[in-house]
Design a protein. Structure first.
Length: 127
């Protein structure tokens, strides 16, 4: 199976998992990815040895306070290459990061209705 690192053409993709099961699965599936083992956020900066080509997150951001979500996206952009994406999988019906946040461009997929519960993927870029 092709991992996110290969999909993005760069081995320094960071996959952030919420539970240890997610981390174990990420390690097995996403070949060539750096997977911090701290079970969530913040990402251990020492685990990210070079700027990342992408950060892929399945953390339940929408349930976190807005201040925490804003700190997370700011920290994430500090770990990324310029214009690299922060990719967020969510079950929320709205963007977990405010779409009107200055300096952040957001776009999303259509809702994935075949997923139970229905999900959506948001891509955030700095700039």
């Amino acid at each position: 199976m092709m991992g996110f690192g290969r999909l993005l053409g760069h081995a320094s993709t960071v996959v952030v998992a919420h539970r240890s099961v997610g981390v174990e699965m990420s390690r097995d599936v996403h070949l060539g990815c750096v997977v911090p083992m701290n079970m969530g956020w913040p990402v251990d900066r020492q685990a990210v040895r070079e700027p990342a080509a992408a950060i892929v997150s399945g953390l339940p951001l929408f349930t976190k306070p807005l201040r925490t979500r804003l700190r997370l996206i700011s920290d994430a952009f500090g770990l990324l290459l310029p214009q690299a994406p922060f990719i967020q999988f969510t079950y929320a019906v709205v963007s977990p990061i405010p779409r009107t946040l200055p300096g952040v461009h957001a776009r999303s997929t259509e809702r994935i209705w075949l997923n139970l519960p229905p999900a959506q993927v948001w891509v955030y870029r700095k700039g």
